[in-house]
Design a protein around this ligand. Structure first.
Ligand code: SAH
Length: 342
């Protein structure tokens, strides 16, 4: 195995070393190949509500953005979308939304139970809820949870997420882990006033926490937010950060994020060749895709779920990889939940 325990100064060096970027990305690709193989796991992403009670400065669907046409799918629509995605071949459904309380605990549990009948793993990405809620979703059949810590620089976090608490978000992650979810977290790179040293801290945080999945994406300024004039992150920095994550945690799931492809037409392919082993194609239908605009330049807004599945499949095979045949959970954690899948 090529991975080593990297100390903070070494991570900072790797993040800033322009001359050796190719070497780093290649090394991460090698570590990915040796530890998680050549399968790329596909997750069907349903963006089921853009209604949000929070007001994060960076996010296009923040509460105070009055230009957004708000929507949420109703129960039937959401279950239908999941069923279609399962028929196309997705083995994991990711349900993502703003923090929309229309989706109260009972409603979500009902939906999870029904979607589970399609023999898929379920990932939730719906923000901060109570321990009891997380437990209920888990009992209803949810397998995994995505909650990015966004940054471990607490001052930066509190500037960017007014009214939110870094400690509370961290406690949510601890709760999810305790309950038994496969926990995904992650960060944005290129946030205003985010230092390279703090990105190094973020990486070590994710490693120490023991995430099962780490999503790393460039921050892309949205024109209808207070950060519209910020510089934003680069693909290069996002790829380096992701590659170092792979060296630090050789066998976790790492997605080639959609935000990377929004910056570069080959962004996800580059990511898959620099340590990533997961892609989350959008399976949201119709107008909703456009309306769930976290950042500008979002890809595939006019495509259909079937198109996205085959398009990414072609890209994956063109680089000598194959679509994952199983549920694609981290390690053997999936086994326990697989019993419930049948
Ligand atoms: N409400 C859920 C889902 C948030 S959207 C939650 O709180 O977890 C998923 C992710 O999109 C966020 O965690 C954030 O990291 C990312 N995101 C939001 N705005 C962005 C932007 N302008 N550029 C890039 N990524 C963004």
């Amino acid at each position: 195995m090529l991975q080593k325990q990297l100390a903070k100064p070494e991570i900072i060096r790797l993040l800033t070393d322009d001359d050796n970027e190719e070497k780093l990305l290649h090394q991460a690709d090698e570590v990915r190949h040796q530890n998680v193989g050549d399968e790329v796991h596909l997750r069907g992403l349903i963006e089921f509500s853009n209604i949000c009670r929070n007001n994060c400065l960076y996010c296009g669907i923040r509460r105070d953005n009055k230009h957004v046409t708000r929507y949420h799918m109703d129960e039937e629509e959401l279950i239908d979308t999941a069923e279609k995605a399962a028929h196309i071949g997705f083995k994991t459904i990711v349900m993502q939304s703003g923090e929309d309380m229309y989706y109260h605990t009972d409603r979500l549990c009902r939906i999870i139970e029904k979607i589970k009948r399609f023999n898929v793993a379920i990932t939730l990405s719906i923000g901060e809820r109570s321990f009891a809620d997380y437990q209920s979703f888990y009992n209803a059949g949810a397998d995994r949870y995505l909650l990015r810590i966004e940054t471990t620089d607490k001052n930066l976090y509190h500037r960017l997420d007014p009214q939110m608490s870094w400690q509370k978000r961290y406690e949510c992650l601890l709760a999810l882990k305790e309950i038994g979810y496969e926990v995904g977290s992650g960060i944005m790179v290129g946030l205003p006033e985010q230092s390279i040293a703090s990105i190094a801290d973020d990486l070590l945080f994710l490693q120490n926490f023991g995430v099962d999945m780490a999503g790393i994406g460039p921050f892309i300024p949205h024109p209808q937010t207070p950060l519209k004039d910020a510089a934003g992150g680069t693909l290069s920095l996002a790829l380096r950060t992701m590659a170092i994550m792979r060296l630090l945690m050789p066998d976790i799931n790492i997605p080639a994020t959609t935000a990377m492809e929004s910056l570069h037409p080959q962004g996800r392919i580059k990511a898959l060749q620099s340590g990533a082993n997961v892609v989350m194609p959008n399976v949201t239908e119709g107008e909703y895709r456009k309306l769930y605009e976290l950042y500008p330049g979002k890809i595939c807004v006019n495509d259909t779920p079937v198109h996205c599945y085959s398009c990414i499949g072609i890209k994956i095979t063109s680089i000598g990889r194959k679509i994952g045949s199983g549920y694609g959970g981290h390690n053997n954690k999936q086994k326990k939940k697989n019993l419930i899948l049948i």
